[in-house]
Design a protein around this ligand. Sequence first.
Ligand code: ME8
Length: 639
Amino acid sequence: MKKTFYITTPIYYPSGKLHIGNSYTTVLCDTVNRYKGLRGYDTRYLTGMDEHGQKVETVASELGKTPMEHVDDIARDTQNMWRTLDIKYDDFIRTTEKRHKTVVKKIFEQLLEQDDIYLGDYEGYYCMPCESFFTETQLEENHTCPDCGRETELVKEESYFLRLSKYENRLLKFIEDNPGFITPEKRKNEVVAFIKQGLFDLSVSRTSFDWGVKVVSNPAHVVYVWVDALSNYISSLGYGSSDESLFEKYWNGDEVVHVVGKDILRFHAIYWPIMLMALNIPINFKLYAHGWYMMKDGKMSKSTGQVVYPEPLIEKYGLDPLRYFLLKELPYAGDGVFTPEDFIARINFDLANDFGNLLNRTINMINKYFDSKISKPRKSYFEFDKQLTDLVSKTIEVYKEDMDKLNVSSAIQNVWTLISRTNKYIDETKPWVLAKDEDAKKELNSILYNLVESLRHIGILLSPILINSSKELFKQLNIPLELQTWDSLKWGKLGAVEVTDKPTPIFPRLDKKIEEEYILDLLKNNVVEETPENLIEIGDFLKIELVVGVIKECVVHPDADKLLVSQIDTKDKVRQIVSGISKFYTPEELVGKKVIVVKNLKPVKLRGVMSEGMVLAGKNKKELEVLEVSKLKAGDIIS
Ligand code: ME8
């Protein structure tokens, strides 16, 4: 029986178009999954979308869509994008699907019944774009989000909690007993340090929005995103349904790997295993947390145009160069940077010069010296042969170790060492010199055979990575299917070959300057002037009632020097408004001014004094100026 292998990406938020950063995870999983398939595993690859939450509800309404219409659109676009990247997943789960929601409901109720989930009160600062809650001490200045720097909102509501604290010691022991559970090592250390600080119970429901899975026993609550999202890894396998065969086969099978970005490591390394412990499901997975793709100037961000999308790069340069770049340039335990210069350099140096040229030169020589046919040599003629074959065997071994660790970047580097060695073999054996000697035909044939045999091995090792060009290599060299397999990775399995007599370079060399400029232009087009998040509907604006008010009296706030308390006539009444403008105006300067007042602001007490509205003012770094009108009268409407 074949061994099983189950690999998952995180399920993506439908917060907009996915960029090369999120694509990295999906390409990485696709590559590892193809590698495992090559090794003879029975593989299953899951990806999908995390479609619930307040943000989806808000963005959809801003776009004038229902949440379901919005997530349908994004899911379709995402699947199209994966098609462009030739991602071969077996299942695409969406958390809005019935098969998923049923499982979430079941899990929640079971945990509630067992008292692993209990009802309490939640107070925290919520950042909507990040879908995250923070304690006050975690916030940056002015209560802004530590991750994205945007304003957070203080939320207090009834909430269900998952008892993390109860499982703290069991989890630490599990991590200690299973050294390969979290990789790379440095990520594991981060997790252990975090747990040792002590775990707080996790808020797992919300009453402030609707777009989510309703708690069966208390429908005022929706299940908060992480319990919903994490369950996808088993709901997609039919866990808890009438047919658990996939769950049995893959979850309780041989290998399960969750691949995640470093930012969501904690959720997968702490909350998910604790949920599984509480549900009495074996923690059969291993976790690999990768770093991030950055831009030269920092994080990828749609709002500043510091973002790269895969499609235009694929359209212009083909799929393999992008897959190669993504997989090669992100080091195992660190972050990577995308620059147009590096992208073009990788195509020109690694793909066109080193790899493509080796294939092209080899085929051209076989055509020129042997009319496209060579035979299998009876013996070795050169001292360099052994060096080459030794390196081939060694490369297979290190490649295997790297790929099993998901260190694809290192696997690629090792294959390139073999490519360089093979290029060097040509320089050492000098086929063009032997070609002049009629008595050296056998030696010349053996050199070309060795080149093709090395290229065949390189093609197999690269087949999960460079999916199109490895096929092209096999095609141009006419390698039979049975010699494209993992089991055929053995020197000398190749017999006689007849290569194509019409070779085409698999990676044409690019003009550095022109292409770098082309990519820079692409990046400029990505600058988004205004994102849906900062656009409002006209209806939102019309909700604000603005009228002219005449300031009748004004004094300094009794308990706060910075505040002025004004009595302002807005015709319907004289209202008291507190404003933080004493640095710019004395009370006397304000009396008599005809200003613009927000009339329908909820009254609040500011340092103990009631304020019923707001006076509009404009400001820059140095000055603040209250907006005034000249002809209009108290109560006149501003619109
Ligand atoms: O976090 N480089 O979804 P998400 C590399 N729905 N990876 C990046 C990246 C970059 N520049 N930017 C984002 C979520 N990512 C949750 C997951 S799973 C049960 C729920 C990665 O769409 C990021 O690290 O915000 C994460 O792994 C993935 O994209 C999805 O992010």
